[in-house]
Write a protein that binds this ligand. Structure first.
Ligand SMILES: [Zn+2]
Length: 104
């Protein structure tokens, strides 16, 4: 673990960024789940053209939503100080890479 000195203002800013990312992650996950639910429902409807959409449009849309979700997941689970991965952002209190405190 690397110990780097930051000012109190910087540390407070890191915690604020982490709080903001956690909040953003909550809403982005909820929105992604809603969009995926709608798209899966569109696929599972037995009609040839669910919701008037062609299956060749729905499946790539699913892939795009999944890719965007994974990208945001990757971006949101980084340490605001060092950029290292922090794993489970809900239970992690300190960055495993640099040791910066992430929650108050
Ligand atoms: Zn870090």
């Amino acid at each position: 673990m690397t110990v780097t000195r930051y000012s109190e203002d910087q540390l407070a800013e890191f915690r604020r960024i982490h709080r903001s990312r956690r909040s953003r992650r909550f809403y982005s996950t909820a929105i992604s789940m809603l969009v995926l639910l709608v798209l899966f429902t569109a696929i599972s409807v037995s009609d040839d053209r669910p919701f008037g959409l062609d299956g060749f449009i729905v499946i790539p849309a699913l892939v795009v939503v999944l890719m965007i979700s994974l990208y945001f997941e990757y971006r949101n689970t980084r340490c605001p100080a060092c950029g290292g991965g922090i794993g489970n952002m809900w239970s992690q209190r300190f960055c495993p890479t640099c040791g910066v405190r992430l929650v108050d």
